[in-house]
Unconditional design. Structure first.
Length: 203
């Protein structure tokens, strides 16, 4: 456990996952839950969406094609290079950097943050730090749209590291109002019993 916690804070750990084709979290397509969610805001103007730990960027590309102003962050150069190659004709803001070190110029900048496989991939002791960072980045009343997993996982392995609903409620309640947190019928088959859909609004 300790070895993995140290490694996940190093971009080389993730670069090697991509180089070795061991990115099992990547479903290869846009996320059905986010596709449905995006339809609810499609008519809003000048929406800025932040995607931390964007990986190879399937959701990034989908949302950019729908006209949203998408900012994609990952500190794996392998992931970012793949995304840039796939999206070279799209207007996407891509950044290869550590999300925790994101410049303060982005504070109060985003309308939405999409969370999927980032919260569970970082060292668990950094989760409050991540929540605080998201709070700083979001505009007033901005939202985190999240798919949280793995629920009911082995607590002694990771990444991904175990996520508990009780812990989510306790951690996010300090900075966010919990709009919803429940199962989604749109979860992909292999994750239908281990993930929760959540919406959090900045206090």
């Amino acid at each position: 456990m300790e070895r993995n916690i140290i490694n996940v804070n190093d971009s080389n750990f993730w670069n090697q996952k991509y180089i070795s084709n061991k990115f099992t979290w990547d479903i290869g397509t846009p996320t059905p839950i986010f596709k449905k969610w995006s339809k609810k805001i499609i008519n809003k103007q000048n929406i800025k969406i932040c995607i931390p730990g964007c990986g190879r960027g399937h959701d990034v590309i989908y949302l950019a094609k729908k006209g949203f102003d998408v900012y994609a962050f990952d500190f794996s150069i392998e992931a970012i290079n793949y995304l840039k190659k796939k999206s070279n004709k799209l207007n996407i803001n891509t950044f290869c950097l550590d999300f925790f070190n994101l410049d303060k110029k982005f504070n109060n900048f985003f309308d939405y943050i999409l969370e999927y496989t980032f919260y569970c991939a970082i060292s668990p002791e950094r989760r409050i730090e991540y929540i605080n960072k998201c709070h700083d980045l979001l505009k007033d009343n901005g939202k985190i749209i999240a798919i949280m997993l793995p629920i009911n996982a082995d607590p002694n392995t990771g990444p991904p590291f175990l996520v508990k609903k009780e812990e989510l409620n306790e951690n996010f309640n300090k900075k966010f109002n919990i709009i919803t947190i429940n199962n989604s019928p749109l979860s992909i088959k292999q994750r239908s019993n281990i993930e929760l859909y959540a919406e959090y609004q900045k206090k």
